[in-house]
Design a protein around this ligand. Structure first.
Ligand SMILES: Cc1cc2nc3c(=O)[nH]c(=O)nc-3n(C[C@H](O)[C@H](O)[C@H](O)COP(=O)(O)OP(=O)(O)OC[C@H]3O[C@@H](n4cnc5c(N)ncnc54)[C@H](O)[C@@H]3O)c2cc1C
Length: 484
């Protein structure tokens, strides 16, 4: 029976598919934190229409497949989208996060993004969402989306351009294929699998050095596993921010002190590694192993309590690559280590925030969402949307949003800091972008000016105003030198 026109006029995604050819202002590919923050700010500040597509069935991106004990590593207070708060701005009183602003779990984040779509974006009548739709490529003439359900294709013609909100997408354990061989009979799980073990383990071997491995080790310890029954295979340790200095609102004094110290160190650092060491001397960067200098930096945060817990794990294997896990032996780039029959291996080797090649944020007909600050992706995506809404030429938009490229390497810290500081200074001084930035809920420094009677805030701001030029001059010089 032919489908009536009325049936084709059904809600949201169905209507998009039935039309086969769709016109809109912006086609946003990816409905994770980047695409959602971008779309939310764009529709709030323009009258643009947006088609938002994702391979997944609903918004939220990697959080939909995250391990169950994951939390944001920053406070919820400045994560998500501009138009809707996430959480209640509560300061936790118990547990590893005591004394800090609450950090949302994956369930809260997924529910949040569903509500943002259903209660904020779709009701504008200017946003259409198509889940289970894969972007297959295109050009100025149109872009092809393929349905992962029935294989049908839709041509989208965006009048203003395509927005790539997949460029810095997260690589997560549950969707990651390990880069090593596994002998049959070995139990290897992503962190997600730890809550579903068939039988208790003699020992856990956690593989990976990044935030996921840290979360996994902390969770095992908090769940009562004896530290002696945890072995940790990790290569390059990461520098991490002490979470004390990433707190907003009532605790913003610490964040402002970090900003002032950052400027002071930027004015003096000789290279990326020196930059990191000076931040450690200032108490703002932390490392797990006091005897090993971290060579990686991805912008994550950790609390001192977590660091203390992690230091209880004594069995560390300093290998950068696991090559093969056998039933009795694990082969690594630094030799073999023993395995055991009831050993559970936890694969935490997915890149998390993978390195992306630099590319301009604004190009004709294309916007590529990237970091334009040191971390805090939703703030970056909303900033890019606001700058887009301001009706400026591409050259000016790119001046306001130079990409801060995370290579993952500490040696690149001066380059990263230079791009981020240059962009921030340009935005803060801009007559339209500056006032928006000061009040955006995604800006970690929001509300600093309302707390100017806090000595930390006042002194830090005064210091930054006086020394930012010196910092930029030194960073520019250092950033152009080859990494040591
Ligand atoms: C465990 C963890 C914790 C983190 N905590 C924080 C934090 O506290 N603060 C912070 O700022 N950052 C944090 N990050 C960094 C993180 O990268 C961002 O917060 C953010 O969630 C990433 O969002 P995204 O939209 O860029 O990528 P993703 O969440 O990966 O979303 C990209 C989306 O694009 C879709 N997609 C990809 N290709 C296509 C295609 N061809 N067609 C259609 N759809 C496509 C995918 O299905 C996906 O849904 C964390 C990362 C991890 C892994």
């Amino acid at each position: 029976m032919p489908v009536s026109d009325e049936a084709r006029e059904g809600a949201g995604a169905l209507r998009l598919r039935a039309l086969r050819e769709v016109e809109t202002d912006y086609l946003v590919v990816g409905a994770g934190a980047s695409g959602m923050a971008f779309a939310d700010t764009l529709v709030a500040h323009t009258d643009a229409e947006v088609v938002l597509v994702d391979r997944r069935h609903r918004p939220g991106g990697h959080w939909l497949d995250a391990y169950p004990f994951v939390r944001l590593h920053q406070p919820s207070a400045y994560y998500g989208v501009e138009s809707r708060p996430l959480g209640n701005d509560r300061i936790d009183e118990h547990g590893a996060n005591a004394g800090f602003y609450e950090r949302a779990s994956a369930d809260e984040i997924c529910d949040y993004y569903a509500r943002v779509l259903d209660e904020q974006l779709l009701p504008t009548g200017r946003v259409r969402f198509s889940g289970m739709s894969e972007y297959r490529g295109g050009s100025g003439d149109g872009h092809v989306l393929g349905s992962l359900l029935d294989g049908s294709e839709t041509l989208v013609r965006p009048r203003r351009g395509i927005v790539d909100a997949t460029y810095v997408q997260s690589e997560i354990p549950s969707r990651h294929v390990p880069g090593f061989a596994i002998e049959p009979g070995v139990t290897l799980v992503p962190p997600n699998g730890l809550v579903d073990l068939a039988s208790p383990a003699d020992r856990f071997t956690v593989i990976g050095a990044g935030k996921t491995a840290i979360d996994t080790c902390v969770w095992l310890l908090e769940s009562g596993v004896d530290p002696d029954r945890i072995r940790w295979i990790r290569g390059r340790d990461p520098w991490q921010f002490d979470r004390t200095f990433t707190q907003p609102l009532e605790l913003i004094g610490g964040y402002m002190r970090l900003q002032a110290r950052w400027v002071e160190i930027a004015a003096a650092a000789e290279n990326g590694r020196d930059f990191a060491r000076r931040l450690e001397d200032a108490g703002m960067f932390v490392r797990v192993d006091p005897a090993t200098e971290p060579l990686a930096f991805r912008g994550a945060t950790v609390s001192r309590r977590e660091i203390d817990a992690l230091r209880m794990i004594q069995h560390i294997v300093r290998a950068r690559r696991v090559r093969r896990i056998g039933r009795t032996t694990v082969t690594t780039d630094v030799g073999d280590v023993p395995g055991g029959p009831r050993e559970v291996y936890v694969d935490c080797t997915a890149a998390g925030v993978p390195a992306a090649a630099p590319r301009p944020v604004f190009e004709p007909g294309r916007i590529t969402i990237q970091y334009v600050a040191v971390g805090f992706l939703p703030w970056c995506a909303a900033t890019i949307a606001f700058v887009e809404s301001a009706g400026l030429a591409d050259e000016e938009k790119n001046r306001l949003c130079p990409p801060a490229v995370f290579s993952g390497d500490t040696a690149d810290l001066t380059r990263l800091a230079y791009a981020a500081m240059q962009g921030l200074v340009a935005r803060v001084r801009h007559e339209t972008v500056g006032p928006w930035n000061a009040v955006s809920r995604l800006n970690p420094a929001r509300g600093a000016l309302d707390r100017i009677d806090d000595a930390d805030v006042a002194e830090s701001l005064a210091f930054m105003i006086e020394h930012t030029r010196e910092a930029l001059e030194n960073l520019e010089r250092r950033a152009s030198e080859p990494p040591t």
